[in-house]
Write a protein that binds this ligand. Structure first.
Ligand SMILES: *[C@@H]1O[C@H](CO)[C@@H](O)[C@H](O)[C@H]1NC(C)=O
Ligand SMILES: *[C@@H]1O[C@H](CO)[C@@H](O)[C@H](O)[C@H]1NC(C)=O
Length: 540
């Protein structure tokens, strides 16, 4: 048996060997590094909005805009007033008629000055304004997309080139399609190519054509024979040399006296999220859909919801997020019950529940809803499968018989330095072909089904603890395609109850959910003002 002492000495010896090996290896690595040809692998990946080529492009655009200044013009009022002016102001609709019920007949938009509401009560309004401006700047730099740059193919240019649609994977090579030169016969026909994030080469050579700058960011191709040059241009390749998962390179393509620009998109493709749910002829709701809900102080309501779901969908999974102070067990087959810290809140619960869903679709239901024969989840799946919608809302029937769909449209109007304006209106954009009871909108009721991955991408801001519904749809603007169907109906358990018939639990719930304090108001204002950079919200 070895003594502890000899073991230690042995270990020390092995360690010394290790260190020695590491040192030798490191030295070799360093040598390789020093000797490697000039091409250092360090790249600048700071967000960029401007490159020398952009300046050049901008100059050309200026010229195009400034041409023909001396020719008079006439403004066409009805068309011109539809142009976005990007200088929104915070004003409510003016009252036009003053009749009884005129508010109901001609609903008017109100306006809420978010800037004022938030900054007025803020101890450091100047500081918070500056921070928001700074964050916005860096957001703009990060989200800058070179393919958004306006590129004009000039008239009468002898150059032929692709204006859009050329793509290359990061650090890979492609043939640039469509390059050509059409000009009068001369002794020397030549073109120049310039790139920023890659290099040029030719995939084949053509006799009597001369190429300089192969493997570099600038390449010149010339020939005394135009047809030979054009043949050669069919073999020009582009290799991306600076890794970026999603960007674009602006290429300058020039000949004597003319130059043109086009972009090559650089990036990985969008990774798909596909769900493997078998191949039945009819939709298998249990395999496709998970029902998510959040409960707080209302186990009686929750049990009614679960029982009503089980009547129609006995094996669909139900995910419950629960932030009660004294959680009670909720058991049964196909039920997942997640206990959260006390009072975590509304959106945190939605986040948690939706994060646990593994099916293609998730249905959101409040814990006081009741499924009926009209709650046809198959119809929601059907429209999501057959259209480009990411999310579809249903309708909620109140005890009184009134059925609500809560359809709204939203738009953001630019408003300069102070922030933008959010405009919310009741209504929708289009009726959906083939689904006469369904429309396209920007915000829907809190009974909806969506593609799980898309809802997870948008997320629910967990800071919104007690109230919040529209905030999700503001975050979803531009990323979710949303519909609303009036014929998929869930029932609402009695909401309007006379105060003296309420149970203690109901009273406690109402106190928690509906007493909105000043700090809640302020939170909403802060989120709109800072996170979304709004100065104003108008709605009707
Ligand atoms: C043809 O033009 C190219 C580019 O301007 C130039 O590099 C090349 O030397 C010229 N060839 C002759 C023969 O003049
Ligand atoms: C529907 O899906 C569930 C869950 O994946 C599965 O257990 C069940 O057998 C399926 N039903 C049919 C009819 O295929």
């Amino acid at each position: 048996m070895q003594s502890a002492e000899t073991k230690k000495t042995k270990m020390r010896a092995t360690c010394k060997k290790c260190v020695w090996l590491i040192l030798v290896f490191g030295f070799l690595l360093a040598l390789v590094h020093i000797w490697s040809p000039g091409n250092s692998s360090r790249v600048d990946i700071r967000p960029k909005e401007w490159s020398p080529i952009n300046t050049n492009l901008n100059g050309k655009l200026q010229k195009a805009v400034n041409d023909f200044q001396d020719i008079p013009y006439h403004i066409k009022e009805d068309a011109a007033c539809r142009l976005a002016r990007n200088t929104c102001v915070c004003v409510a609709d003016k009252k036009t008629v003053n009749l009884p019920f005129s508010n109901l007949l001609w609903p008017q938009a109100w306006a809420h000055d978010i800037s004022m509401a938030f900054l007025e009560s803020h101890p450091d309004p100047k500081g918070v304004k500056q921070r928001r401006a700074k964050e916005y700047q860096s957001f703009q730099r990060r989200s800058y997309d070179p393919t958004d740059v306006l590129v004009v193919a000039e008239a009468q240019s002898p150059l032929q080139y692709p204006t859009q649609g050329v793509k290359v994977r990061p650090l890979k090579t492609i043939i640039i399609p469509g390059l050509g030169l059409k000009e009068e016969k001369q002794s020397n026909h030549s073109v120049h190519l310039t790139a920023t994030l890659g290099t040029f080469d030719v995939a084949a050579t053509v006799d009597r054509v001369y190429v300089t700058g192969v493997g570099e960011k600038q390449m010149t191709v010339w020939s005394p024979v135009l047809s030979a040059l054009n043949r050669q241009l069919q073999f020009v390749t582009y290799t991306n040399t600076v890794f970026h998962p999603r960007t674009a390179d602006t290429i300058q393509f020039a000949t004597t006296g003319h130059s043109a620009f086009f972009t090559i998109k650089v990036g990985h493709g969008t990774m798909p999220t596909l769900y493997n749910f078998g191949s039945q002829k009819e939709y298998n709701i249990s395999a496709l859909v998970t029902i998510a809900t959040k409960t707080f102080l209302r186990y009686d309501k929750l049990n009614d919801l679960i029982n009503s779901i089980r009547q129609y969908y006995p094996t669909v999974t139900i995910v419950i997020a629960d932030d009660n102070q004294h959680p009670q067990p909720v058991t049964g087959p196909y039920i997942e019950h997640y206990i959260m810290p006390f009072g975590k809140g509304w959106f945190a619960g939605r986040n948690l529940a939706v994060s646990q869903v593994t099916t293609k679709y998730v249905l959101w239901a409040d814990d006081d809803f009741i499924f009926t024969a009209n709650t046809k989840l198959e119809m929601m799946v059907d429209i999501l499968e057959k259209t480009t919608l990411d999310m579809v809302g249903g309708a909620v029937r109140e005890v009184t018989g009134y059925t609500a769909t809560f359809r709204h449209t939203m738009s953001v109007e630019e408003g300069g330095e102070e922030g933008d304006c959010l405009h919310i209106r009741q209504g929708y954009h289009h009726v959906i072909d083939g689904f006469p009871n369904c429309v396209v909108a920007d915000a829907v009721i809190n009974f909806f089904m969506g593609r799980t991955d898309k809802l997870q991408q948008v997320g629910f801001n967990p800071r919104l603890a007690r109230q919040g519904h529209l905030e999700f749809f503001v975050d979803a603007l531009g990323s979710l395609h949303i519909g609303s169907c009036s014929d998929i109906i869930v029932s609402h358990a009695s909401k309007i109850k006379l105060p003296w018939t309420k149970s203690d639990q109901q009273k406690a719930y109402d106190k928690f959910r509906y007493t909105q304090s000043n700090s809640d108001d302020n939170l909403h204002n802060e989120i709109y003002y800072f996170k979304n950079r709004f100065k104003c919200m108008t709605s009707n």
